[in-house]
Design a protein around this ligand. Structure first.
Ligand code: CTP
Length: 410
């Protein structure tokens, strides 16, 4: 019997998921399911110990294709060696959860099962999502293997999270969440594993600011920070060191990103100023509330004391202030969320705020703008160049923006 792998490339990206033996294997079901739903061709390899946690049938059902195990690998009736076929087939390999055992084998180039043989028989990027008990993860030998493996640029390592572990301890070693793994996969399929922001510092503002009238009432806007989150993920996945200054949001910052929460425009400006000198690329995607109440009451105001007209005063224009402070090598990018004609006001802001690039994005189109997972935009730069990006996910939009900035400005 020959194994049924397609021999000709079609347009769908091909992701091969290698599942290791850890309880986090159950989360990989969600990754595989989502990959299939988003039009990715998925194949799955389970190590022998992974099968103690989930079954090949589970992953075969979710990926709509037989799952591969060592039993199949050692059968002598393939037309070509299975690990060679799988290695050649994949555009991207994902190992999740990656155990200490698989890590140790990969770090020294060992191949004693289908998964490790396939890693050696392939040349595509490999995304690694480790998961283990804190003491295991922090062992010198494990950390040495991890650092050593990551010296090979083919391997992209995800961080581990802190939280309640299966051993009932609270500590570091949890696998990244499925949504974070899925975002990294989307990034690597876009970049093909290139790290064109390696060593760069990327400073991003995200979400909406709030200007409080009293402890419970504020002036704000519906920004959720999803675009800023996507910008942080994309920069991180392209090798950058990322600082994300964000207003109130309902998401966790990606593992490996320095996240700094702020509330109002003045706080955001202070933090942006602090991190500006070391930044190479600055992206101001935050929706800054333009005004604040003139007076703040530290006690909650009773309803009867609320003013019928609220005296307001402007908050600082953070982006314009960054343009005054920035060095010529630094790239400053602003956003212009507009209704109706998006280009004229965006061009005006590009010039008035002395930006390198502005992202004009319509907020009156379906499935675009505040709170949406998707976006569409026109990028305009100070050299008169522009690029229209049709509706796509915010992560794809972020990658298009970095492509534009890197190709047009560096
Ligand atoms: N911005 C900022 N500080 C402000 C207001 C806006 O840094 N106080 C930034 C936003 O983060 C965005 C860009 O400036 O990157 C454009 O924001 P926008 O609200 O569209 O521009 P405004 O200058 O506020 O112009 P208007 O509201 O009149 O359209």
């Amino acid at each position: 019997m020959s194994h049924p792998l397609p021999q000709t490339k079609n347009l769908k990206p091909r992701v091969l998921v290698g599942v290791g033996g850890g309880i986090a294997a159950y989360k990989v079901c969600e990754v595989v399911s989502q990959l299939f739903k988003t039009g990715v061709e998925v194949r799955v390899i389970l190590t022998r110990s992974a099968q103690e946690f989930i079954t090949p049938l589970t992953l075969a059902t979710l990926s709509r294709h037989s799952a591969y195990t060592d039993d199949l690998f050692w059968q002598a009736n393939h037309s070509r060696p299975l690990h060679i076929d799988l290695g050649e087939w994949a555009d991207l390999l994902v190992i999740a959860p990656m155990t200490a055992n698989t890590l140790a084998k990969l770090a020294c180039g060992m191949a004693d099962n289908l998964l490790t043989n396939t890693v050696l028989a392939s040349t595509c990027p490999v995304l690694l999502a480790p998961a283990m008990n804190t003491d295991m993860w922090e062992q010198l030998a494990v950390q040495r293997n991890w650092q050593h493996l990551l010296t090979d640029s083919r391997f992209h390592g995800m961080g581990t999270a802190s939280g309640l572990l299966a051993c009932d301890r609270v500590g570091n070693g949890r696998m990244a969440e499925p949504q974070e793994i899925l975002a990294y996969i989307q990034s690597l399929l876009h970049t093909k594993g290139q790290r064109d922001l390696l060593g760069k510092q990327v400073l991003i503002s995200a979400g909406g600011t709030r200007e409080y009238l009293d402890p419970v009432r504020f002036i704000g806007n519906p920004a959720t920070g999803k675009m800023g989150l996507a910008l942080a993920q994309a920069a991180l996945h392209r090798g950058a060191n990322v600082t994300l200054v964000h207003g109130v949001t309902n998401w966790d910052a990606p593992l490996g990103v320095q996240a700094i929460p702020v509330i109002n425009a003045e706080e955001m400006q202070q933090v942006m100023w602090e991190y500006l000198p070391s930044a190479d690329v600055i992206v101001m995607s935050a929706a800054v509330a333009d005004v604040k109440p003139q007076d703040y009451s530290p006690e909650k105001l009773p309803k009867r004391s609320l003013p019928t007209a609220l005296p307001l005063e402007p908050v600082p224009d953070i982006l314009a202030s960054l343009a005054q402070l920035k060095q010529p090598h630094q790239r400053l990018i602003g956003f212009a969320a507009q209704t109706g004609d998006i280009i004229t006001p965006a061009l005006e802001k590009l010039q008035r705020k002395k930006l390198d690039v502005i992202v004009a994005n319509p907020i009156d189109q379906p499935d675009s703008g505040f709170g949406s997972d998707n976006n569409q935009a026109i990028f305009l730069d100070n050299q008169g160049r522009h690029e229209k990006v049709p509706p796509c996910s915010k992560l794809q939009m972020a990658h298009h923006l970095y492509d534009f900035v890197i190709s047009n400005l560096s």
